[in-house]
Design a protein around this ligand. Structure first.
Ligand code: ZN
Length: 159
């Protein structure tokens, strides 16, 4: 994927500015690298949230339910997605069927998202680690490399 060089420079400058402000000018390379990884993870999670939320199609007063009846909007609801950037929360319109009372979100369906579960990218990373090592070790590796903990307590879904 090719990125806009101009935009990439702007983002890099903002990241550098943030790290300089947080760490001062005496920070060592390990501190600087760690801080950049941490902020890149957080910013990317926020970016993912924005891309998902902003891709929501215009308001529809009804959508079709799997049972053949019609589902109506009941407002916006939050959902959680576990990604390589950690836990990402987003809000989207939620519809409930007047017949069978099953809920659905067209935005989730559009992106193939199952709220509360992992993205394919995270699942495949954890799967690879899971094959090589125990779940506990995979969880520790995730914490070390992805900078967040993957455990039953936190709600992430083990494979
Ligand atoms: Zn229904």
């Amino acid at each position: 994927m090719k990125f806009s060089i101009e935009r990439k420079d702007k983002i890099a400058e903002l990241l550098a500015e943030e790290v300089r402000e947080q760490l001062g000018s005496e920070a060592g390379i390990d501190q600087i690298e760690g801080a950049l990884r941490e902020i890149a993870k957080e910013v990317s999670g926020l970016g993912l949230q924005k891309v998902i939320e902003e891709s929501e199609e215009r308001y529809r007063c009804a959508v079709e339910c799997g049972c053949g009846q019609v589902a109506h909007p009941i407002g916006k609801r939050s959902a959680v997605l576990w990604t390589v950037f950690g836990k990402v929360e987003y809000r989207r319109r939620y519809y409930v069927c007047s017949g069978c009372h099953v809920g659905q979100s067209p935005l989730d369906a559009k992106h193939g998202i199952k709220p509360g579960q992992t993205t394919g990218a995270l699942a495949s990373l954890l799967g690879i680690w899971g094959v090589e090592v125990s779940f506990e070790e995979a969880s520790q590796l995730a914490e070390r490399f992805l900078l967040f903990r993957v455990s039953d307590d936190e709600g992430a879904v083990p494979l």
